[in-house]
Write a new protein. Structure first.
Length: 404
């Protein structure tokens, strides 16, 4: 190891002695690595942006679990006798179990009518936990949403959609906050109003524990993970839990997710990185040839030195190790320069593109990018340094000493 480090020091001295020559020879590596860093950073940024879009605009990262209340037999759908039913206590268990992995929503729905003074309207009543806004990707127009305290204490409070509040109040939805509405013959205090939507949303949200005491409908679970690729593994874990909890096992439940689209998204990002990485890899390959050229010239220039070393006892493996160390060092220096150039270039380029297109996009540099660059440096040094090192080790000491 000490000899290898000494060889690296000698390589750095040679780089300082011929900086222009070394720079021109490693320019291919610098450009290739810079392009590869840019592509990987764009790929990581695209993946990050894509995941944010998935979280904020789609249900790709949501797993829905519901009781199968009927099954298909001989082409005819038949009701299931005494299907299993989820409980609020189970939602608390799953909430604690997956606190660092997924957001748990426990939902039950019912249809009915809402009455306020002289106004009546048919609505969907939905019982939620306090995470309803995050799952629905919604926001508040006024007031507040359901809290955990509301759920635990089974409070009779309601959150109205803007359309419902506007209809009941005859155009003054703000006045609904603090008022009472009637749902299924029970009085509920309005504590919040959701933001206005372009479509008609006839829905009222109440604490799930409150609605479960007012209906016999079957509740369901929704689990929202941070990364869509976690859905398949989560689904396996939930099936195991269902098998352990219910006699009928997971076959009595329906687990629905968009696994196909999740896998398609992952494959698309990987394909982008592989194809663009292969294209930029051509530049890195050309750079490797430049490194080999530098070492071949170095062998020619230092033939006499090699002959003296062999004459004084240096073995072939010592000569090989010296030139391999120089090859790896030169490749590493080129890769680092390319990495810096790529980082500066991509983080300069992206804001310009964002300002021109009006699209919010960010490049990202992950640990994998740094690891790839280190691997490239080692491979280039080993692959393209092998022949010059072998050639140097084969020199005859007497002929090498006589070389001018």
């Amino acid at each position: 190891m000490g000899y290898f480090l000494k060889s690296i020091v000698i390589a750095l001295q040679n780089i300082r002695a011929n900086p222009l020559h070394t720079f021109l020879s490693t320019l291919g590596i610098i450009i290739g690595v810079a392009a590869m860093v840019g592509i990987l950073a764009l790929g990581d940024g695209l993946e990050q942006t894509g995941r944010e879009q998935l979280r904020n605009t789609t249900s790709l990262n949501i797993l829905n679990i519901s009781t199968q209340q009927s099954k298909l037999i001989d082409g005819i759908r038949v009701s299931v006798d005494n299907p299993p039913k989820f409980t609020f206590e189970q939602s608390e268990y799953l909430r604690e179990r997956y606190s660092n992995k997924a957001l748990i929503e426990f939902v039950v729905t019912e249809t009915g009518q809402v009455q306020y003074q002289d106004s009546t309207r048919a609505v969907y009543i939905q019982g939620n936990l306090e995470f309803g806004l995050e799952f629905a990707l919604d926001s508040l127009f006024d007031g507040r949403y359901i809290s955990r305290e509301d759920v635990i204490e089974k409070k009779e409070i309601a959150v109205l959609t803007y359309q419902i509040a506007d209809h009941l109040s005859s155009g003054t939805p703000n006045t609904m906050i603090g008022s009472s509405v009637e749902l299924k013959n029970q009085e509920f205090e309005v504590v919040g109003i959701l933001s206005k939507k372009e479509f008609d949303d006839s829905r009222i949200y109440v604490p799930v524990t409150t609605l479960m005491e007012m209906t016999d409908n079957y509740p369901r679970f929704s689990l929202k993970v941070t990364q869509a690729e976690e859905i398949p593994e989560l689904e396996k874990e939930i099936k195991v839990w269902l098998d352990e909890t219910y006699t009928a096992g997971n076959e009595a439940f329906s687990l629905v997710s968009n696994k196909a689209r999740v896998e398609q998204f992952s494959r698309g990002i990987l394909l982008f990185k592989l194809i663009m990485g292969a294209i930029t890899g051509i530049s890195v390959l050309v750079g490797g040839i430049g490194v080999m050229n530098v070492l071949l010239i170095s062998v020619t220039e230092r033939t006499k030195e090699i002959g003296i070393r062999k004459a004084t006892g240096a073995k072939k493996k010592d000569i090989v190790l010296q030139f391999m160390a120089e090859s790896v060092t030169i490749s590493f220096v080129g890769c680092i320069a390319g990495w810096v150039l790529g980082i500066v270039g991509i983080f300069t380029f992206v804001p310009i593109v964002n300002s021109i297109t009006g699209v919010t996009f960010h490049a990202a540099v992950g640990y994998s990018t740094v690891l790839v660059i280190l691997i490239i440096a080692m491979l280039i040094g080993i692959i393209f340094g092998t022949y010059p090192a072998w050639r140097a080790s084969q020199l005859d000491p007497i002929d090498a000493i006589r070389h001018e």
